[in-house]
Design a protein around this ligand. Structure first.
Ligand code: OXD
Ligand code: MN
Length: 592
């Protein structure tokens, strides 16, 4: 399929090490994918779902020890330990290669090795980057064919170039004690062994599009971020784009596919999805910041997805979708997960493949679907997919939003005072667990820009890169922080969230257009109560309640500043002086 010597060299090395019986190159054709589906059906690797209700959909079950990303077993193998930084696990690349080769040696004997040429970004887009993944899993091939652009066309655009990421995956024995997810940023290489779970084995996603790409972006002057991208079309037809970073499991997919409340839809507002997880950002010729979604599908968390929380996501999963670790309804061969409907069907097959009864297992708190069960669905299925989804030059970004789960500290929304202050706001992002019943505040986990598990190099250098990018962007996006998760004293969420988050996005965009005023407080600009539209939710959120959501507790923030100072110590000399200054400014503001 190619004469590219470097690609052939990589594939030959993978084969020499693992000694597969066959090598199959993935050409991207439906014919070949169908053959692979048939093979995986025959071995039970995937289960066919109801062709009428869920055409082209399948269920896959992973090993019960292999159901999520494994941060403890994820390594950045840069030559110097210092370059991986204090927030990543590090191993010497030569030592790690040696270990990985021992683990994978001969492990594809009796198996087929698939070679997947894939493009992150629309093929031919100036943002796009190529990868080649070798794997012994048909599940990986079928998922990669949804999540990325795969096949012959990718090799054609690559030509003779050596500029591709080498992704090596081998299932080996799914041994959790020998599971390794390793990034070698200086070699453009990823090795993943002993796992068959999405985030660990779909190497285009977190491993490439975030860990390796963040390193490439630092060297090449662009950014790879853990961000959704959405467009808000206004009644006059103009669309403005927002990117937003939230830690995993904070509702990025829901926000990306938001349906605005009636008071907005009546006026003609619409929201379009460009991406739900990853954004690659470059400065355009006009000096604005442009974003693409490098992925071609959504690898979303199933539990909690329903007609009310995210009808667009649900609709997206109705055809051509692979479900992983959800429950099976054997009566009609459909799928179910907690939160899909109020009540579970009477009897199911739970995610591990055992019979499950609602009144017995469900009553005992046994989940039918794994809490991290997933759907892998083509982006084109999404009813609100943006017309710019494939735009080779991306979409211009007006606003960047950061957010986390904070029960008390962070207000519903605030705006940073300028780019560097915005970088500070992103760098102090955090989420905390709340004990819902008592309202007690749990542990704070700092997750700068939601990139803590995904930054492929020293996070201090990453902050520096953000500051430097700000200097290159002539028309800087405005930077905001949101918190949908403030709770009352009983631990109940105060803000309704979901579609109503549109009310906050609307304020954000009006700030970008400089048509609405704001109040200045110690942490930045806060909306005036009358500027957040409450039509239709007045019963739930009165102006007084909203005022509470927009108020900050200075004593709490003084503690927060201490926490930030402590966290910043980790980065030593690599912490940009600009961020130190921002922290000092915050402390001074709090003491005013
Ligand atoms: C994801 C994650 O799967 O962030 O997107 O964990
Ligand atoms: Mn994610």
């Amino acid at each position: 399929m190619t004469t590219n010597k470097k690609v052939l060299e990589f594939v030959n090395e993978s084969a020499k090490l693992t000694t597969p019986d066959n090598i199959v190159w993935i050409d991207g054709s439906e014919k070949q994918l169908n053959e692979l589906r048939a093979q995986a059906l025959a071995t039970g690797e995937i289960i066919k779902l109801n062709e009428e209700l869920l055409p082209g959909c399948f269920l896959h079950r992973t090993h019960p020890n292999d159901v999520a990303r494994v941060e403890g077993r994820t390594f950045i193998c840069s030559r110097r330990e210092e370059d991986a930084g204090p927030t990543n696990n590090w191993k010497d690349p030569q030592e790690m290669y040696k270990l990985l080769k021992e683990i994978a040696k001969g492990k594809m004997k009796g198996r087929t090795m698939y070679v997947i040429p894939f493009s992150m970004g629309a093929i031919g887009s100036p943002f796009a980057k190529v990868g080649i993944e070798t794997t012994d899993s048909i599940y990986v091939v079928l998922n990669m064919a949804i999540m990325t652009r795969v096949g012959t066309k990718v090799l054609e655009v690559l030509g003779d170039s050596n500029d591709f990421v080498r992704g090596f995956h081998a299932k080996v024995d799914i041994d959790e004690n020998n599971r390794y997810i390793c990034q070698f940023p200086e070699d453009n290489a990823i090795w993943s062994v002993n796992s068959g779970y999405g985030g660990n084995v779909l190497l285009g996603k977190k491993c490439f599009a975030l860990r390796i790409a963040s390193y490439q972006g630092k060297n090449e002057g662009w950014m790879a971020e853990h961000m959704l991208i959405l467009g808000v079309q206004k009644p006059d037809g103009e669309t403005k784009y927002i990117t937003a970073a939230f830690p995993s499991a904070c509702g990025k997919t829901n926000l990306a596919m938001l349906i605005p409340p009636e008071c907005y839809t009546k006026k003609g507002y619409k929201v379009f999805t460009v991406g739900d997880d990853i954004a690659w950002l470059r400065v355009g010729k006009d000096g604005r910041l442009y974003a693409i979604n490098p992925e071609a599908g959504f690898f979303g968390v199933a539990p909690g997805t329903n007609e009310k929380s995210n009808p667009n996501a649900l609709a997206t999963t109705k055809k051509g979708t692979i479900f992983t670790n959800v429950a099976l309804n054997p009566k009609d061969m459909t799928v179910w997960w907690e939160g899909l409907t109020k009540q579970a069907p009477d009897e199911l097959i739970e995610w591990k493949g055992n019979p499950w009864k609602r009144d017995v297992d469900g009553a005992n708190g046994v989940k039918a679907a794994h809490p991290n069960s997933r759907f892998t669905a083509p982006a084109v299925n999404c009813p609100c997919i943006s017309s710019e989804f494939e735009a080779p030059d991306g979409v211009p970004v007006s606003a960047i939003v950061f957010g986390g789960r904070r029960a008390k500290t962070a207000p519903l929304v605030y705006q940073s005072t300028d780019w560097n202050n915005g970088v500070f706001v992103g760098s102090i992002m955090a989420s905390e667990t709340t004990a819902a019943a008592s309202g007690a505040v749990g542990v704070v986990r700092r997750d700068p820009m939601a990139m803590l598990p995904f930054c492929g190099y020293h996070m201090g250098d990453y902050f520096r890169h953000w500051i430097e990018m700000g200097k290159k962007i002539k028309v800087q996006p405005k930077i905001f922080n949101v918190n949908w998760f403030r709770t009352d004293d009983e631990g109940h969420f105060i803000w309704p969230g979901f579609g109503d988050n549109m009310r906050v996005l609307d304020w954000i965009l009006r700030r970008c257009e400089e048509v609405v005023d704001a109040d200045e407080c110690a942490i930045g600009y806060i909306p005036k109560v009358e500027d957040i539209v409450l039509d239709g939710i007045e019963d739930e959120v009165s102006p007084e309640v909203l005022k509470g959501l927009l108020t900050i507790d200075k004593e709490m923030w003084k503690k927060e500043a201490e926490g930030i100072e402590e966290f910043y110590k980790k980065f030593g000399d690599k912490l940009p002086v600009e961020l130190k200054e921002e922290l000092e400014k915050l402390k001074a503001n709090l003491n005013k």
